[in-house]
Design a binder for this molecule. Structure first.
Ligand code: HEC
Length: 136
């Protein structure tokens, strides 16, 4: 009877360990450091963050970014599964530390597998998406 209890406890422990290690492996590695040039970091956002620009940014985000970055910017969009690096988390302290100019530059340039939005969105559309990112 004592042995049976030990076996059951052991099996539980094993299952718990498997579960924890699996969720740890589910975290994708971050991409290589991606610093923006100084001038881009210092570039000021010319579009005021008001209800109208955030709303427009949100619509553009849903159309162009959500599939990878996810509805809340956590990097858990439907396409993210097929990407072998993390899409990042827009609500993280790392992103909070970045300037609007830096986020704008990354959105403009892209870096595989992240597409470039230089041609797909206008300058003001990209700034509006950044205004929305700031609300996440
Ligand atoms: C096909 C998937 C995909 C789409 C669509 C996409 N991204 Fe990304 N994005 C990524 C990946 C992957 C990274 C990480 C790139 C790296 O580290 O090299 C990234 C990184 C970023 C970063 C930099 C984050 C950091 O930590 O430095 C910003 C900002 C960003 N994306 C904004 C956007 C915006 C805004 C849009 C929509 C206009 C968008 N992305 C659309 C996949 C995507």
């Amino acid at each position: 009877m004592k042995n049976l209890k030990k076996i059951i406890a052991g099996a539980f422990l094993f299952a718990a360990c498997m579960f924890i290690s699996q969720s740890a492996f589910a975290q994708k590695p971050a991409g290589k450091p991606w610093p923006a040039p100084d001038a881009a970091v210092k570039k000021a956002n010319p579009i005021k963050s008001d209800a109208a620009s955030v709303k427009e940014g949100k619509d553009l985000y849903a159309q162009h970014c959500k599939s990878c970055h996810g509805a809340k910017g956590k990097g858990d969009g439907s396409k993210a599964e097929k990407i072998d690096i993390s899409c990042g988390d827009f609500s993280s302290p790392e992103i909070a530390k970045m300037t609007d100019g830096e986020l704008y530059w990354k959105t403009t340039e892209g870096r595989k597998p992240m597409p470039s939005y230089k041609e797909k969105l206008s300058d003001s559309e990209r700034w509006k998406v950044i205004n929305y990112l700031r609300t996440l």
